[in-house]
Every structure is written in structure tokens, then in C-alpha cells.
Design a protein around this ligand. Structure first.
Ligand SMILES: [Zn+2]
Length: 301
């Protein structure tokens, strides 16, 4: 009952009908006034509280705004990281596709070599037969002339076999100062990127770029070329269906048709074609088919 100031209270008192009425009206007014004062105080107190709450809400709002700004920064960082991650995955996928393609090319090249060896050695075999036919005819004549000599035909054959089978080291310790290490053996191997087993058709020996690579035994160069997978490589036909292959060379030192001796330098080590470092991928093939070179190869002096 907070009315129009003390003026209204005075009106109420002046309109009293008796003294006792005045007293009772005065009492009521004083009570009302007390109540009004209390109410005013409560309102003031509430206002103070509201002010405090307002300040604390404003503070919280400021904190929220700064958190929001931080969140935006973090979101942007995350977006950037996601983009980087995606491009990394893309590059890995690209690598994977390239590696797979190169390995397919390697198999293609390997099969091509097989066919080539078969064609060339068949040709050599038939011309060898012609030669040996002539040779044996000569020998028969010679033998009939030199019957006193005890050397039988069998012994001659044995001797020549031993000579053609003479083998030399394909890598020399004296060139590298240490025995070159096998970095990948012959056989099925688990491809670390493709996560599948792939056939490894030779043995890989690592040594520095330019290390000389020597012919395993006497023979004739039937391939000396470059391919995307094998890089620069040389194939030597040793007769009896045996051929050897030396690949990823920085350079080939022999050309097709050339006769080579066991231990003659035929190439220099490199990392041409599909290679992750300088090494020689050495193959032994029987009738064009790759076999484990381990029983044949000599490493070191
Ligand atoms: Zn290899």
C-alpha cells in the first residue's frame, strides 16, 4: 500500500471521525509505512543481487566467447590436419598403384627374358650342334691319325665340361672392402607396402654405386639393354641351358653377341629401374626359368 507519499497518509488521518479512530488509523499507517520500508529494502537487496548475477553472467559470457574463439582455432587446425592426412593417404595410394604397376612390368619383363633366352639359346644350340658335328668329324680324322695318343674321347668331353663350368665371383671383396650383403633372398617374399607375397626371382646384393659386377662363368652376352623395371641389365648364356642376369646396373660394360670369360667385368652396380638403393639383382635361369642362384653364385674373392 505504498501510496502517493505522506500527503495521502495526512488525508487519511485528517478524515478521522474520532480520536480513537485517529489512533487506530495512525497505528495502521505506521504499520503500512514500516511494511513499505521493509519492502523497499528487500527490493534494493534484490536489485543488488540481480546486479551481481548480471556481472557474473557477463563474465561467463566473456569466458564462453573466448572458449568459442579457441574452439574455432582448434576446428581450423583439425580441418587442416584432415586435409594433410587425406593428401598423405592419396600419396600412399598413388605409391601403391605405382609399385603394383612396376611389379607387373617386372613380371612382364621377366617372362619376356624367358622367351628371349629360349629363342636365342635354341638358335645357339642348333649352331653349336653344327659346330660340334664338324668338330667331331675333324676329331675322328685327327684321332685316326694319332691313334698312339691315349686320350679318349670321353676324357676330352669331361675336361671341356670342367672348363666351361669354371666359375668366378660376381662381386669381389677387394672392390668393396667387405663381403657384399644379401638384401633380399630368392623366393616368395612379403611385400611391405602391398601386403601380399610376391615371387623374388633372384638374389639382391647391395654395394656402392659403380662396384664392378663380374660374369659368373664363360658365356655369350644375349641381352644388354634398359627396361623400366630391371633398369640396365645384362643376360649371359653359359650353355647347357644355363644363363645369368645382372640388373639395376649404372652401366652395362658388354654388348649383345660378345663372348665373355668367367670373372670378366660385365656391368657396374647402380640403382636403375625399380630399385630403392644401389644393388645387383642377380638371377640364374635354367632354360629361361629363374632358379635359386645360391648353389651357383660366388661372392667375394
Ligand atoms: Zn631383386
Amino acid at each position: 500500500m505504498y501510496m502517493n507519499g505522506s500527503g495521502s497518509y495526512l488525508d487519511v488521518l485528517l478524515s478521522s471521525e474520532s480520536f480513537s479512530d485517529l489512533i487506530s488509523r495512525f497505528y495502521i499507517i505506521s504499520k503500512i509505512s514500516e511494511f513499505d520500508n521493509n519492502l523497499l529494502n528487500e527490493i534494493k537487496e534484490s536489485q543488488k543481487n540481480i546486479q551481481k548475477k548480471k556481472q557474473s553472467i557477463e563474465l561467463k559470457q566473456k569466458e564462453l566467447l573466448s572458449l568459442k574463439a579457441e574452439l574455432t582455432v582448434k576446428q581450423n587446425e583439425l580441418k587442416k590436419a584432415n586435409i594433410e592426412k587425406q593428401s598423405y593417404y592419396d600419396s600412399i595410394n598413388e605409391d601403391l598403384v605405382n609399385t603394383e604397376k612396376i611389379l607387373e612390368k617386372e613380371v612382364e619383363e621377366s617372362n619376356r627374358i624367358k622367351e628371349e633366352i629360349r629363342t636365342v639359346t635354341e638358335k645357339n644350340f642348333s649352331s653349336d650342334q653344327d659346330n660340334s658335328k664338324k668338330h667331331s668329324e675333324d676329331r675322328i680324322k685327327q684321332e685316326s691319325r694319332q691313334e698312339s695318343k691315349q686320350e679318349s674321347r670321353q676324357e676330352v668331353k669331361q675336361k671341356s665340361k670342367q672348363e666351361s663350368g669354371k666359375r668366378a665371383a660376381i662381386l669381389k671383396t677387394s672392390d668393396t672392402g667387405y663381403s657384399p650383403v644379401i638384401t633380399s633372398p630368392f623366393g616368395m617374399r612379403f611385400h611391405p607396402i602391398l601386403k601380399t607375397y610376391k615371387m623374388h626371382t633372384g638374389i639382391d646384393y647391395a654395394a656402392p654405386n659403380g662396384t664392378p659386377i663380374y660374369a659368373m662363368s664363360d658365356g655369350k652376352v644375349i641381352v644388354s639393354r634398359y627396361s623400366n623395371s630391371y633398369g640396365n641389365y645384362v643376360v649371359i648364356d653359359h650353355g647347357d641351358g644355363i644363363s645369368t642376369l645382372y640388373s639395376h646396373n649404372s652401366s652395362n660394360l658388354v654388348s649383345v653377341g660378345e663372348s665373355v670369360k668367367a670373372g670378366q667385368a660385365v656391368a657396374e652396380m647402380g640403382e636403375t629401374g625399380y630399385a630403392t638403393g644401389p644393388h645387383v639383382h642377380f638371377e640364374v635361369r635354367i632354360n629361361g626359368e629363374p632358379v635359386n642362384p645360391e648353389p651357383y653364385v660366388i661372392i667375394g674373392d
